[in-house]
Write a protein that binds this ligand. Structure first.
Ligand code: UAG
Ligand code: ATP
Ligand code: API
Ligand code: MG
Length: 500
């Protein structure tokens, strides 16, 4: 990162009041704990706390410039922090994005950005698109839930869509590594909070909208409005191309709203990209992909109907990015398993199929269970579903998830999934209401490892055990701390014990 003067770092920021003095800037941070000498510290109000409370700490750590969204703080700064230029802004996150773009040398202008939003399918679709782009030799940056990629380098992902500063740092590293493309999940939280302010999206994708995150957004309409912001261009131009699932009612509404983009629709039976002759089994999905440029046979190692949607979305986006249909199909076939998405755990000789999947909404559970039922029916097997509901998250989805689990399964095992600050049994009780409505037998075991053992031991040859909710996650977040936890490893351990 190059050093620059404060007026260069602040270029484009709509400051209500500007700081005095000339200082050298080396970087930018939004969290006081990460500030180092020469950084711009952007202090902004949040939902849990207020960055303005931590300015003294940031200055102590060497902040050269402070950007604040509090007039009170700005007025006191001359006395409290003489010698440090303070700028007053209305929107902390917008200022953060603008300063970050300056500090990191505007990598967003070099990369063609494809962004995906929707309740479910973002991670899978972005992995598929990355795989297609890579297969034609394009170096990519990937930003999403499981991990971040800068070309071949893998980095940990603390957030599906991190703050603009972190996205732009990844983009800048990508540009250095020769990337011309970025693929990114845009969560509704990030769109609402404008973590993606000013990022010019070339291709925007919408997967679907079903209930989740109402704790944060309040209503489905507000949740939809947050997702729709991707198509309005957050602080910049509208996407050049909008790829939209028209089998989803909200998707249909988006088509009307995305008039200033080139709209490409997809759906199972209708849309510009659609699927015919869908054939599915575990570890393979085949269909004939019909597009405005002709039809082609698509084969993917992913399992299930939801992945037909994800393949169509990624294909339409890859096409918008200039790939031929042949290249798209080859890229999809080369795509690897997405960790924790319908991931089959090696089952030894028990005859039981154990699947780890990230379904954590009622819609995802319903789709997952329907798929398992189809696959189990081939062997006359049963479906056993293990799930829990996240703590400090949408409470209204708990009974809905319970109902979805009960409706399709022969046996439900109800357990914990990141209870966070909540009492695990209180969460379970809320989900249990939904399971009970269906009359399906339900075993409650608060301890997730114990519950996985119960679910697998209850299964016989031909049965499918679904371990839902945590997918790729490697921890369980409990009130007393975060402990290592891996559904795949625990399930593999139980299966090994059974056959030995
Ligand atoms: C609800 C939500 O989105 N919260 C995120 C948001 O918090 P916030 O705006 O309320 O900020 P805050 O925590 O009150 O802090 C205010 C400011 O003080 C700063 N601070 C705080 C403490 C300190 O010592 N020093 C300091 O400077 C913070 O860095 C921040 O700039 O911005 C923070 C800084 O980036 C995030 O850490 C925080 O993520 C919380 C922990 C979280 O759980 N977020 C989840 C819900 C989330 O964002 N998930 C989506 C994916 C959802 C999905 O895909 O289903 C995601 O994109 O990851
Ligand atoms: N297109 C889809 N439609 C409906 N459900 C899907 C779709 N794709 C995946 N799913 C289900 O949702 C789960 C999560 O998928 P994925 O991780 O791709 O979505 P996501 O939108 O990134 O989720 P998150 O917001 O939690 O990161 C999968 O494990 C699967 O059960
Ligand atoms: N990105 C989602 C993931 C939920 C996954 C599930 N394991 C949970 O903790 O509820 C969230 O933070 O709401
Ligand atoms: Mg995701």
């Amino acid at each position: 990162m190059q050093t620059m003067w404060n007026d260069e770092a602040m270029r484009g920021v709509e400051a209500l009041e500007r700081g005095e003095g000339v200082v050298e800037v080396r970087g930018v941070e939004y969290d006081s704990r990460r500030v180092g000498p020469g950084d711009v510290f952007v202090a902004m109000r949040g939902g849990a706390t207020d960055g303005n409370r931590f300015i003294a700490g940031a200055v102590e750590r060497g902040a050269a410039v402070v950007v604040t969204d509090s007039r009170v703080v700005w007025e006191a700064a001359r006395v409290d922090f003489p010698g440090t230029p303070f700028y007053l802004v209305e929107h902390g996150r917008r200022a953060l994005a603008e300063v970050s773009a300056n500090v990191f040398g505007h990598p967003e202008r070099t990369l063609a950005l494809s962004a995906v939003t929707g309740t479910n399918g973002k991670t899978t679709t972005s992995y598929l698109l990355e795989s297609m782009l890579r297969s034609v030799g394009r170096t990519c940056v990937l930003v999403g839930t499981i991990e971040y990629h800068v070309g071949d380098a893998v980095r940990v992902s603390p957030h599906t869509t991190p703050e603009s500063r972190d996205v732009l740092e990844l983009f800048a590293d990508g540009v250095k590594a020769g990337a011309m493309e970025a693929v990114m999940e845009m969560s509704s939280h990030a769109l609402e909070q404008e973590r993606v302010w000013g990022m010019p999206v070339d291709v925007a994708m919408f997967t679907n909208l079903t209930q989740d995150h109402l704790d944060y957004h309040g209503t489905m309409e507000a949740y939809f409005a947050a997702k729709a912001r991707l198509f309005e261009g957050v602080g910049t131009v509208v996407p050049r191309v909008a790829v939209i699932n028209v089998d989803d009612a909200y998707g249909e509404r988006l088509v009307g709203m995305a008039r200033h983009s080139q709209v490409v629709t997809y759906g199972l039976e209708r849309g510009d990209f659609r699927a015919e002759q869908v054939r599915m089994r575990a570890g393979e999905t085949l269909f004939r992909m019909v597009t405005p440029e002709g039809a082609l046979e698509m084969r993917s190692p992913l399992t299930g109907r939801v992945n037909v949607y994800n393949l169509l979305a990624a294909s339409a986006a890859a096409h918008a990015r200039g790939l031929t249909l042949e290249q798209i199909v080859a890229g999809a076939a080369a795509g690897a398993q997405v960790p924790g998405r319908f991931q089959v755990v090696a089952s030894g000789e028990s005859g039981v199929t154990v699947v780890v999947d990230y379904a954590h909404t009622d819609d995802a559970l319903r789709n997952l269970i329907a798929l398992a039922r189809e696959l189990a029916a081939e062997h006359g097997g049963r479906v056993i579903t293990l799930f829990g509901c996240g703590g400090d998250r949408d409470r209204t989805k708990r009974p809905r998830m319970g109902r979805a689990a009960g409706e399709g399964s022969d046996l439900v095992v109800l357990t914990s999934d990141n209870p966070r600050s909540e009492e695990p049994m209180a969460i379970i009780e809320e989900a249990l209401v939904g399971v009970h409505e269906t009359g399906t037998t339900c075993i409650v075991e608060e301890d997730r490892a114990g519950a996985i053992e119960i679910a697998i031991r209850a299964a016989g040859p031909g049965d499918i055990v679904l371990i839902a909710g945590k997918g790729h996650e490697k921890v369980q977040i409990l009130r007393d701390g975060t402990v290592p936890f891996d559904d795949v490893a625990v399930a593999a351990g139980v299966l090994k014990e059974i056959v030995s």
